[in-house]
Design a protein around this ligand. Structure first.
Ligand SMILES: [Zn+2]
Length: 155
């Protein structure tokens, strides 16, 4: 039997996510949510280092790669669920995302990546609303992430 390297609920790799300061909790915090995989990856981006003041070009490039993955997951789900409002929000996310080019200019890319992430959040909520499920709020999961990382690193 192969060891499960990914969380069975949210499909996140079972390792600490240093970019987001994510520590593996005993039980997946996303266990009660309708789209655990989308919400988990969204939050890893939301709390990710690329959005912080001290982010370096490589943090931004890793954030970009994660956004590529989240966008393609979103498109798959939206194709299956066929929710028009979510489709529109993802289109807007892609428009913003297309303006980002972290290889050429990582620091000005952050703004577009940030807007793309925000439209993705809207799209996730469009999907949840369609299912009459509770809307997703990253603040509910904040305690699983190391949101005060900058202060810690000073020590
Ligand atoms: Zn999980």
């Amino acid at each position: 039997m192969e060891k499960p390297y990914r969380c069975p609920v949210c499909n996140a790799p079972l390792e600490e996510d240093k970019d987001a300061g994510f520590k593996i909790p005993p039980q997946c915090p996303y266990v009660g949510t309708t789209y655990p995989e989308l919400c988990a990856l969204h939050d890893k981006l939301y709390f990710g280092k690329w959005r912080k003041m001290e982010a370096g070009p490589n943090d931004i490039k890793r954030g970009y790669a994660k956004l590529v993955r989240l966008l393609s997951m979103m498109k798959e789900v939206i194709m299956r669920e066929n929710v028009e409002s979510a489709r529109q929000d993802i289109r807007k996310a892609e428009e913003e995302f297309a303006m980002a080019n972290p290889d050429e200019d990582p620091y000005s890319s952050v703004r577009f990546m940030d807007r793309a992430l925000s439209y993705i959040h809207h799209a996730i909520n469009d999907l949840l609303q369609e299912k009459k499920a509770k809307l997703h709020s990253p603040a509910d999961y904040e305690r699983h992430y190391d949101v005060i990382l900058p202060f810690k690193e000073d020590w």
